[in-house]
Design a protein around this ligand. Structure first.
Ligand SMILES: Cc1cc2nc3c(=O)[nH]c(=O)nc-3n(C[C@H](O)[C@H](O)[C@H](O)COP(=O)(O)O)c2cc1C
Ligand code: SF4
Length: 507
């Protein structure tokens, strides 16, 4: 019987992958469900094996299946054919370490995971427990959740704490706009996250882990729970591969607040309390979950570790740009011709990402602004398109990489409205603990309302600028501290958008 491969990733499901799969079954074709390749504009992508090579067709609608089969889909032919999938320029230009198995394996097959390189890192870690932290440090891996903090230093801090109950927490809250890399790891390659967490546990002497997973990811919750059960059954969790090291983990579902992605608010929530930010120190590495030493790492950070352990620190450190080592899964979204996940070494310029990889806007209009790093990230203008994708280079532009979400806007975007949105988002999501954020964000969008109405524009822009300085330097965490980035970047690069209304007298 002929076989086609159809993704079960949420993005593919949202585009009708289940109906497409059902149409193939009805036509007598066997369907194997995989994860996504990350070429979202081609979903539902249907793959077939021709002479041992996967050929693709996409995007396929359920109603087209009969005609596409008649046109030679199973031989890689037809109107939706894109040729050999891995030769597609979007994939061929990538360097996939974390997403090496994406779209290829059955996410819940531990056998396939192992056959495609999985567990090699864990075996290396078990063989050299004392060397794990050093390897992670030497690789140059930095946290992919936003702050870019060196992972090895965090792990060493927890490893150096006296023995006793310690925890590994995977931050899977993934609240940044335009981001989906964590979700793709969890839905598409859950054993990779589990392996990374087990390695972290062995490295620092922690026997218990949690994945703090946002409730808006029902498929990821389902896959992670199923993967943990399989891992327990097959000896990956428990007595880890019979090594004598113990590690188990559970999935905890967050109720859905942006601030619960902040590590200390996350820990409060994990302890069953309201998600309010804790003052630091103490660091979670010293006093985290239930007051015990805790590693909180982003999903992509943890999922990077198996490759590092399997291939060595140097191989990882050889990839990248400046102090940003290894690969980053760039998530391209918004008004783009080709949205999706592009894993590559740091160093691509923003222009290459937006113009070449994403293919510009889907509307065909000029790109006006690009927001990188989620709702707290700066808006970058075309004049900044030479900036390399690198923590320090973005920092020098008063911008941030964050979790590497890239959201593109065409020239119809009104940047004053986007600045107002940033302040309003902060007001809604603020945990309320500190005044600059709690009060400042509300005063911020009120001031922007006046500017947009043409009321005392110069004076109100001065006031807004002063308020942004106060929030930036006076806020307890990066929610209040970084909201000024989108606001001030919009004001700096698109000043004309703040002077559209006819001037009005003072209130
Ligand atoms: C408001 C706010 C939201 C955050 N949301 C997330 C998130 O959704 N996922 C994440 O990994 N880190 C998030 N972070 C960063 C975390 O506080 C923390 O730095 C990160 O989980 C550490 O892991 P890493 O070192 O692997 O990046 C957020 C920070 C702030 C201030
Ligand atoms: S900056 Fe905002 S979210 Fe962060 S602690 Fe202060 S009030 Fe809470």
């Amino acid at each position: 019987m002929s076989t086609v491969f159809v993704s079960r990733d949420s993005a593919a499901l949202a585009c009708g992958a289940d109906a497409v799969a059902a149409a193939f079954v009805a036509a007598g074709v066997k369907v194997v469900r995989t994860s996504s390749r990350g070429m979202m504009w081609l979903e539902p992508l249907v793959e077939v094996e021709v002479n041992g090579v996967r050929h693709g067709h996409g995007p396929v609608a359920a109603g087209e299946v009969t005609d596409l089969l008649a046109a030679g889909l199973l031989a890689g032919q037809g109107p939706k054919a894109i040729g050999p999938v891995e030769a597609h320029p979007f994939l061929a230009k990538q360097e996939r370490l974390i997403f090496a198995r994406a779209g290829i394996t059955d996410p819940l097959s531990l056998e396939q995971y192992e056959a495609h390189g999985g567990l090699a890192g864990l075996r290396a870690a078990i063989a050299d427990q004392a060397g794990i932290v050093g390897t992670v440090t030497d690789s140059g891996l930095r946290g992919r959740g936003g702050a870019g903090f060196p992972t090895g230093i965090k792990w060493k801090t927890v490893a150096d704490c006296p023995p006793g109950q310690k925890y590994i927490v995977a931050n899977a809250d993934e609240g940044d706009s335009g981001t989906f890399a964590d979700r793709m790891v969890m839905e598409g390659d859950p054993f990779c996250l589990i392996e990374g967490m087990v390695i972290a546990g062995i490295a620092v002497g922690a026997e218990k882990g949690f994945v703090y997973l946002r409730s808006e990811y029902p498929h990821a919750i389902e896959v992670m729970n199923a993967a943990c059960a399989i891992a327990r059954d097959k000896g990956l969790l428990g007595d880890v591969l019979g090594s004598g090291h113990r590690f188990d983990m559970e999935i905890r579902v967050g109720a859905g607040a942006y601030v619960c992605g902040e590590e200390t608010a996350l820990l409060e929530s994990l302890e069953g309390k309201r998600g309010v930010v804790r003052a630091k120190p103490p660091l979670p590495a010293h006093k985290g979950f239930m007051g015990r030493p805790t590693i909180v790492n982003n999903v992509v950070t943890l999922a990077s570790v198996p490759w590092i352990m399997a291939n060595g620190a140097q191989a990882y450190a050889d990839i990248g740009f400046g102090r940003s080592r290894g690969t980053m899964p760039i998530q391209i979204a918004g008004n783009v011709a080709r949205g999706g996940l592009f894993e590559a070494g740091f160093g691509l310029t923003l222009g290459e990402i937006v113009d070449e990889i994403a293919g510009g806007t889907v509307t065909g209009r000029p790109v006006k602004a690009v927001q990188v790093g989620g709702p707290l990230g700066a808006y970058l203008a075309r004049s900044q398109f030479d900036t390399p994708f690198d923590y320090e280079a973005f920092g020098a532009q008063d911008a941030l990489i964050g979790h590497a979400g890239v959201v593109v806007f065409d020239d119809t975007a009104d940047m004053a409205h986007m600045a107002r949105f940033a302040m309003e988002f902060c007001a809604i999501e603020s945990c309320g603990k500190c005044t600059p954020c709690r009060i400042g964000s509300t005063r911020g969008f009120e001031t922007l309302d006046k500017i947009m109405a043409g009321v005392n524009v110069d004076a109100n822009i001065d006031l807004l600028t002063d308020l942004c300085e106060t929030m930036k330097f006076g806020s307890l965490c990066a929610l209040g501290g970084f909201t000024p980035y989108p606001v001030m970047s919009a004001l700096t690069h698109f000043p004309e958008d703040f002077r559209r209304a006819a001037p009005m007298a003072a209130e």
